[in-house]
Write a protein that binds this ligand. Sequence first.
Ligand code: NI
Length: 390
Amino acid sequence: MNPSPFDQHLFDRMVEIRRDLHRYPELAFEERRTAERVGAALDALGIPHRPVAGTGVVADLPGPAGVSVVALRADLDALPVTEETGLPFASVHDGVMHACGHDGHTAMLLGAAAYLQREETLPAPVRLIFQPAEETGTGAPALIEAGILDGVGLIFGGHLDRLYAAGQMVVTTGPVNASTDEFVIELSGPGGHAARPHESVDPIVAGSHLIAALQTLVSRTVDPTRAAVVSVGQFHAGTAPNVLARRARLDGTMRAQHPDVRRQLIEALHRTAEATAAAHGVSVTVRVVTGTPPVVNAPQPTALAHEAAVRAVGPEQLASLATQNMGGEDFGFYVERTAGCYVRIGARPAGESFPAHSSKFQFDERALAVGAAYFYHVALVAGRALAQRP
Ligand code: NI
């Protein structure tokens, strides 16, 4: 099942790097050691690099003048999770774990860097992006702010995925990750005696109606063929059984796979909260904290990614998306601005598999060879496409 290209020595090196990063995981914007290891690996390949947005690392491989850049992106950060895998290279940092496979993403992009470095010439310049702080959704915006997309024509990224076997890849057009927006709704009144509700208003009853009403946002305002979620995760109110609460606070999250559905949900949230509050005579404030945009794969870069994946693993190893993914991914910030494609790289471990972000998350390390081969091919395939652009 070895992908093409495959180099045993390089594979062993990727595994070594991955396990080292796994043992010393670092949280968002704290990836100092991780960035230092990435820098050392690039030094060993003779690839110049520079820091970006604090703990990020970027390396530019030169190509012909006047051709736009192909960007390849990996993420560096771990999660605040206490590891329970029992692996010999398990995290030594208490309460921090690479539970999403970003250690693998980093290692495979370094593998691709090694392959690309062996090419005498590249059809287009290639930018290797080692991005901090994906888990907090703040790394990509920081890098964009620092100009990481300047000159970039196409951008590619991917994620290890336990739903597919190592050797398989998923390359699809359209949405592959949902937007993640959070909201805080505060309902308030003057408070009063619970035995005399007519003398006051009741933020708890208003909040209860509002929670039920918010469940109709998806079912009654969104196209049923377009996935979306509204969940209230927190509802806090009141101080005593015989006192009408002065305040009720609802915190929740909204997910959508299409930018227009995302806008629709935000609008409907405001409308429903304000109308429900008005119906109950309570005051209301609605705050939406926008998170990551949906990741939507555009057709042209996806066709290039598809070609690269076929070259890496063969057409019979391309799987279709098993299930819609409502998780977030800050790669959405890049594809909002620059055409790109985000793929899944099969990595199902032997035995029982645990979801990403679980304390027992593991992946099949053979996926590192697949990711490196894919990134290598997509840099060349997309580079040739950019070189032909007028
Ligand atoms: Ni992840």
